[in-house]
Design a protein around this ligand. Structure first.
Ligand SMILES: Cc1cc2nc3c(=O)[nH]c(=O)nc-3n(C[C@H](O)[C@H](O)[C@H](O)COP(=O)(O)O)c2cc1C
Length: 395
């Protein structure tokens, strides 16, 4: 199941390091290419030779002892080739180091140099886990996109029965599997996603637009594709490269976007309108407007046709799932609920303007019954997973 996937297993100086042997062994049985990177303290608890034997690859535990590894610059080579970094067990110390950008050994340097997804399985004494500094560090890492598994309650090495035990190897491997191998829960679903901010021409050289980057729509398209959906991405102008395996249909204006949506609507099960579509457009002039001195000018704007409302009125509406976005600067939930109702949507993603252009988004999901679920700030990729999870539950 993990054939072709490179997984770095970071092992740190916790007594649960011996359980990492089973994690490595199970990942190997699933055909992953496993590389173990240990801290110096972890190597005091379990010998690197054990991990070398279980993983079939050299073990990196000393940043400067390159001659021990077959890789040119081991920490960078591994950081680049990793599909996922799992740290199990992860000490309070390494959590703190990663949260604060410290890279002073092979493991923390590899983590910092890698853009791969990270799963952390903390294990420590209960008071260490409850320490507010550790809590703060964990929160920061969650916001930065790290996934956590455990710790769980049980008998600790110090003798206490409390929280702090590393999650069981089987559960850790299950989380690695679900994070690495995208579930195909959208297989055979035809999903239409719109993205970007439309451009409304004033004359042949000028236009009005908005701050939408298109990142949320592109993330939704990419994640839906990875989860097996047949994706049509209708994109207003953005600076983004096309998601893997998707050829966006490029449009400029709200009118062009509506035409493209209607042209594909029949072959669609789900419409996700993540695009920031202009509500108004100017009456286009045939020639470039001449500037006549420094005087105010009036730009007359006409309303554009509402794409979601138009789509919601189509005859086979009940067979389709419609998802909208509400970006509001005030009364977010109230206004989003109003939009959900007016446009007869199944789900709406409500968010503020602060994340318009960024890589992260803080949002709430509101379903048809008006039930609101708030989510902490997360990357747009994670948000896409969350939104699609909710969508799957709706279908
Ligand atoms: C026997 C033993 C067990 C330990 N277990 C843990 C543990 O489970 N979790 C933890 O955060 N620290 C534990 N520590 C303390 C860490 O080893 C210590 O903080 C060390 O500096 C961590 O180094 P590392 O994070 O670079 O691996 C333990 C120490 C010893 C001696």
């Amino acid at each position: 199941m993990l054939k072709g996937k490179t997984i770095i297993v970071g092992v740190t100086g916790g007594i649960a390091a011996y359980k990492a042997c089973e994690v490595v062994s199970r990942l190997k049985k699933l055909n992953a290419d496993v590389w173990v990177v240990m801290t110096r303290e972890a190597a005091q608890l379990v010998g690197p030779l054990t991990f070398r034997t279980l993983s079939g690859n050299s073990v990196i535990s000393d940043l400067f002892a390159n001659e021990l590894s077959s890789l040119p610059v081991p920490h960078i080579t591994l950081a680049k080739k990793a599909d996922l970094i799992l740290i199990a067990p992860c000490t309070a110390n390494v959590i703190g180091k990663i949260a604060h950008g410290i890279a002073d050994d092979a493991l923390t340097t590899t983590v910092m140099a890698s853009t791969a997804k990270k799963i952390i399985a903390p294990a420590m004494n209960c008071e260490m886990w409850r320490n507010p500094i550790v809590t703060k560090n964990v929160d920061e890492l969650r916001v930065a996109g790290c996934e956590f598994i455990g710790p769980v309650e049980g008998r600790l090495a110090c003798g206490d029965d409390d929280v702090g035990r590393m999650a069981e190897p089987g559960e850790i491997v299950a989380q690695v599997l679900s994070s690495t191998v995208a579930q195909q829960d959208l297989k055979d679903k035809r999903i239409l996603v719109t993205a970007g901010g439309t451009r409304e021409a004033i004359d042949p050289v000028r236009y009005i637009t908005n701050h939408s980057s298109g990142k949320m729509g592109y993330a939704l398209a990419q994640v839906a594709r990875e989860r097996g959906a047949d994706v049509t991405l209708i994109s207003a102008p953005t600076n983004l490269s096309a998601p893997l395996d998707i050829k966006p249909i490029r449009v400029q204006s709200a009118e062009e976007m509506l035409e493209a949506v209607l042209a594909h609507y029949d072959q669609t099960d789900v419409v996700i309108m993540a695009a920031a579509v202009a509500d108004y457009r100017p009456k286009i002039k045939d020639q470039k407007s001449k500037i006549k001195g420094k005087v105010d000018i009036n730009l007359k704007l006409k309303p554009t046709k509402d794409i979601l409302k138009t789509v919601a009125k189509q005859k086979d509406r009940v067979e389709k799932v419609l998802v909208g976005f509400a970006l509001e600067t005030e009364d977010l939930i109230k206004n989003a609920k109003k939009k959900l109702k007016e446009k007869d949507l199944d789900l709406i993603v409500a968010n503020g303007p602060e994340t318009f252009d960024g890589d992260k988004i803080k949002f709430s999901l509101i379903d048809k019954k008006g039930k609101v679920k708030k989510f902490p700030q997360q990357t747009k990729n994670q948000a896409a997973q969350t939104i699609l999870d909710r969508l799957v539950a709706t279908m």
